[in-house]
Design a protein around this ligand. Structure first.
Ligand code: MG
Ligand code: MG
Length: 272
């Protein structure tokens, strides 16, 4: 059952999403060769608690840490450890926070120093596909329209779309209805309605879409051990259109990147 949110609840979800955005921004300036994912995990936990929130993943389904940290061939759900990041690696960081009983859930794949051009391209295309999916999240469209947009764009680039893990509704629970697959058929699936809030999160592999689960019960890797990228935004359907609750701006500020990619999906500006 889809739980629609009123304006007040959407603002609370925005507050939670922005705590995650700021936490990812704080991590962005710390990510460099030699840093361990466990160190970054501690920074994130402190940051989230300083905002008066609770880490959203810690203890959820018994996950042991604040962040899911998935380097290189890991797709999602990697567990932070004491292995230092290396020049040329990528690291997908998925972060959750709870405040006022509402979840934020937001992810970004970072580059460690200089990465190979084909990997950089994978990250660019995955992030572009996220915005193509978000653009379809509007009144009258359906779950399959978002999935189709993401799948088409990524497969046209020769990449594999992970099937087993999907986006989701977001609210007082981390995972609400509907499931939001990153593949699908146009005009199929549940219809979008005013007040829905979803996490859209393409997980895209350089090679095969197939995955395997690590013995730790959490870590998901690509079956061919080629790299995988993951970007995630929280989005509300307001006045029939997609409105971003999360932002990559804090990451871009930290990294000195200029981007207007979020402009079409920002909250309506007040005129006074
Ligand atoms: Mg997430
Ligand atoms: Mg999610």
């Amino acid at each position: 059952m889809i739980i629609v949110k009123n304006r007040e609840e959407i603002e609370l979800l925005r507050e939670s999403a922005l705590i995650v955005s700021k936490t990812l921004g704080a991590l962005a300036s710390e990510i460099k060769p030699g840093v361990t994912t466990l160190h970054l995990d501690k920074i994130a936990e402190t940051c989230i608690r300083d905002y008066g929130a609770i880490p959203g993943f810690l203890g959820l389904y018994d996950f042991p840490n604040t962040l899911c940290m998935s380097p290189n061939e890991q797709v999602v759900h990697g567990i932070p450890n004491d292995t230092p990041l290396q020049e040329g690696d990528i690291i997908s960081i998925d972060c959750g926070a709870i405040k006022n009983g509402f979840y934020g859930d937001h992810a970004y794949t970072f580059e460690i120093g200089e990465v190979a051009p084909e990997i950089k391209k994978l990250l660019d295309v995955t992030k572009e596909s996220l915005y193509m999916g978000i653009a379809e999240f509007k009144f009258g469209k359906r779950v399959g329209d978002v999935g189709y947009a993401i799948q088409k764009y990524c497969e046209d680039h020769g990449y594999g779309i992970v099937r087993e893990l999907v986006g989701h509704g977001l609210g007082k629970k981390m995972h609400e209805d509907p499931e939001m697959p990153n593949y699908g058929r146009r005009g199929r699936g549940k219809k979008f309605i005013e007040g829905m809030v979803v996490a859209i999160e393409p997980m895209v592999n350089l090679g095969t879409h197939r995955i395997k689960q690590h013995r730790d019960g959490w870590t998901i890797t690509t079956r061919d051990n080629k790299p995988s990228a993951h970007f995630e935004h929280d989005v509300a359907l307001v006045d029939g259109k997609p409105e971003l609750l999360s932002t990559f701006d804090y990451i871009y500020d930290a990294l000195g990147i200029t981007s207007d990619e979020e402009a079409p999906f920002r909250a309506h500006q007040s005129t006074n």
